[in-house]
Design a protein around this ligand. Structure first.
Ligand code: ADP
Ligand code: MG
Length: 728
């Protein structure tokens, strides 16, 4: 019998907190490890500084001479801070980040030792990372991808390594990462939104998409987590009976943060602050041992980098505090899973949030313009947006037993619904002076400046307007936000371009005034995209039926959800917005399907290991104990033992039944896996894993969980839910 579980419990009990002090006033040490503006001013020539700024604001190219100057400044700063290495930091299609460190240390041509880092090393690096998923774009024999500096996200010092955010592209030009398409989408939405924002303010010359993510996660004692092969290899518990107590008492949510966890959080936040990640909020979440961290929102590209960096930092700091952090969307059955709400808006370089209602009718018309266009964009491409958050692990939330549903709909709240309903009645063509006044005073003019309190009530909506931003709630806790942000900003760019064209046509051809034209176009949008608006309970079955009749997609699993990526419309969209070429989209679809397959495959293998290596042996050991007991009773009591042995024998039999079922189901699952593995077409393979392998998981689990309850506690080899979730 394995005693790993008991050793782990013992370890977890004798731990003492690693005490951490708050590092002082955040504003004083925020970004000390970042090569930010302040550092650039200190370490760069005026010319280099201006060029980097221009590159950030307008995408201007940085020539080699300037790159050399920037590299020199960065190196001097980094070495003064104790750096020994540098790395291009990038986001391959695996969803996380990658790095390859090089020492600054080198030989000069004369053979002398020197610290070397020039513009060449800053700007571009051959990664020879031929093993990253590339969906066949780069065949391994010509593994020629390179990473290229992204000056819009500042370099930072992590440990003793200078990290330079980069894109990862093939020599043939295709993006091999998640950052390059995101940057293109952000460029597209900047152009389109700036043109529309100029209707309202000629001084706007740039629009930034903003992102504020909210990261949910679980913290589990490290020894307990490591005692379970499923957590170690898949990030979740594949089996495990619910603890007698779960989240039903709501006594964890927003409760006092446990001491050991608080120390972890302080440590984490100190480190994040130094790295320039503006962390702000920390609290307990709904499920036991579940927590959340949220920063102040930032420009989207930077926010995405910061979220990826955060997840990396979290794992390291957790380790120091003897925790394992779980980012999986559903680590435990029966209690809440984790997500990563993406709060999104658009902001001008004049400092205006375009999704924030204002104090004048004109500002509100601007608000309504961007608001209605977002609704229209999501309505047009709801299925594509759904595809951007699809993954094997997120399938446990979307469309499973948990919020939010796989159906995309938009919640805007009562007040804004009223406003849209009124706008629907706007006359066609030119407006009479009376109607204009009425609109400005009583419809647009009445939008309250602060909507926050009224709009955030519906927690079941996957895409909710929350006062001055939209909140996309289906994003997985493990996900790279770049994916949904690429799609959202692309569809918004496309939508705003169409809008501008329509408005301009009404002005040029029909002689309408600008505001009349805007009202006219918005009215038509409001009429045509009603199906996406839904204020009711997103989890209800009634909504599923209703959504179906409205023609909204309801793709409950990843293979289904990913299909739309390569539809004619999606390919045309990405191409026309210069976000991704057809091959780049196809590659992503293939890579994600492959990832899906690998995920389910690994889970399937771990199931086999758990069944044969842990559960059945434990059940048999306990069964033997009972049988020995019965034999002993017989020896002592003779015929009288029968009555005394009844219950033991009943348990013995029930154990046998469960063992048999586990064996049958596990073997059948392995057979299905074999069949699936022989499939060449990745679409068919993913569907086979989804429809024929995965359904066995719940069945095997059912019997394992029954056994967990049946057999003696000391015989059970895997840390139980009550240990994983309630040891703090
Ligand atoms: P909550 O949703 O918990 O009530 P808030 O609405 O204040 O809290 O903010 C939630 C998240 O939304 C935070 O991470 C915040 O940074 C982000 N957020 C706020 N305003 C914006 C915005 N204009 N653009 C993007 N994210 C935003
Ligand atoms: Mg939120």
């Amino acid at each position: 019998m394995s005693n790993q579980r008991f050793k782990a419990i013992e370890n977890s009990h004798i731990r003492s907190s690693v005490e951490v002090e708050e590092a002082g006033r955040r504003s004083e040490y925020f970004g000390v490890n970042v090569f930010n503006e302040e550092r650039m001013l200190q370490y760069l020539t005026k010319e280099a500084y201006d060029r980097v700024k221009a590159a950030v604001v307008s995408g201007a190219k940085i020539d080699r001479k300037v790159a050399d100057q920037v590299a020199e400044g960065m190196k001097t700063w980094a070495i003064s801070m104790g750096a020994t290495h540098y790395t291009h930091w990038f986001q391959p299609l695996t969803g996380s980040t990658a790095e390859k460190h090089d020492a600054f240390f080198d030989f000069s041509p004369e053979g002398r030792l020197m610290e070397k880092f020039g513009g060449g090393q800053l700007v571009q690096q051959e990664s020879d990372a031929s093993s990253f998923p590339n969906g066949g774009i780069r065949n391994t024999f010509e593994a020629r991808g390179y990473t290229a500096w992204d000056p819009t996200s500042p370099a930072f010092l992590y440990g003793t390594t200078l990290c330079i955010p980069t894109v990862f592209v093939a020599y043939t030009g295709e993006a091999l990462d998640n950052k390059a398409p995101l940057l293109r989408a952000l460029g597209a939405v900047d152009d389109a939104a700036t043109a529309v924002a100029k209707y309202f303010d000629k001084n706007v010359s740039k629009v930034y998409a903003t992102l504020g993510w909210e990261q949910e996660y679980f913290l589990i004692d490290k020894s307990l987590a490591l005692s379970r092969p499923d957590i170690s290899l898949t990030g979740r518990t594949l089996i495990g009976h619910s603890a007698a107590k779960g989240q039903q008492l709501d006594d964890h949510y927003f409760g006092v943060i446990p001491g050991r966890v608080l120390n972890f959080m302080k440590d984490l936040e100190n480190e994040c602050t130094k790295l320039g990640i503006p962390v702000k909020t920390r609290h307990n979440e709904v499920a036991p041992n579940q927590f959340e961290l949220a920063p102040i929102f930032e420009e989207t590209n930077l926010a995405v980098d910061h979220n990826l960096l955060l997840m990396d930092v979290m794992e390291k700091i957790a380790d120091k505090h003897h925790f394992k952090v779980l980012f999986h969307e559903k680590p435990f059955a029966g209690i809440n899973g984790s997500g990563k709400h993406n709060n999104w808006s658009l902001s001008t370089d004049t400092g205006v949030n375009l999704l924030s209602p204002g104090s004048t009718p004109m500002k509100n018309l601007q608000f309504l313009t961007f608001f209605v266009n977002t609704i229209k964009a999501v309505d047009n491409y709801e299925e594509l947006l759904r595809s951007s958050i699809a993954s094997a692990s997120n399938d446990h939330r979307l469309g499973a037993n948990e919020a939010p549903p796989a159906i995309l709909s938009i919640f805007i709240g009562e007040q804004l619904n009223e406003v849209l309903n009124e706008l629907e009645g706007v006359s066609k063509g030119k407006l009479s002076p009376e109607e204009k006044t009425e609109l400005k005073l009583n419809v647009v003019g009445k939008i309250p400046e602060i909507l926050l309190d009224n709009t955030d009530r519906n927690r079941t909506s996957p895409f909710a307007f929350t006062g001055n931003k939209f909140e996309m709630r289906g994003v997985g806790s493990k996900a790279n936000c770049a994916k949904p942000m690429t799609v959202l900003n692309t569809i918004m760019a496309k939508q705003l371009l169409s809008f501008k064209k329509e408005v301009d046509q009404l002005v040029d051809k029909k002689g309408l005034k600008k505001d009349e034209a805007i009202f006219n176009v918005l009215r038509e949008y409001i009429k045509t995209c009603k199906r996406i608006r839904f204020e009711g309970d997103g989890y209800s079955e009634a909504w599923e039926n209703e959504a179906k009749s409205r023609g909204l997609s309801n793709n409950k699993n990843t293979p289904q959800a990913l299909r739309v990526l390569t539809s004619k419309e999606s390919l045309a969209l990405f191409k026309s917005m210069n976000v991704m070429s057809e091959i780049e989209v196809r590659v992503r679809q293939e890579v994600e399907l492959e990832e899906y397959v690998s995920h389910i495959q690994i889970e399937g293998r771990v199931f086999t290991e758990l069944a044969y290596g842990y559960v059945i042996p434990a059940a048999v050991a306990y069964q033997n104990k009972l049988i020995k007991n019965v034999m002993g009773l017989k020896e002592v009591y003779g015929a009288a033992h029968k009555k005394m042995s009844e219950s033991q024998l009943d348990i013995v039999e029930r154990i046998s039944e469960h063992i048999r079922d586990i064996k049958i189901k596990t073997d059948a699952m392995v057979e299905e896996r074999k069949k699936a593995n022989n499939m060449v077409d990745i679409n068919k393979k993913a569907l086979a894993y989804c429809d024929h392998v995965r359904p066995y998981f719940d069945q095997i689990r059912y019997h394992c969980d029954k056994l967990e309850q049946l057999i003696g506690n000391e015989y059970w080899p895997l840390s139980k839910y009550r240990e994983l979730l309630f040891i703090k």
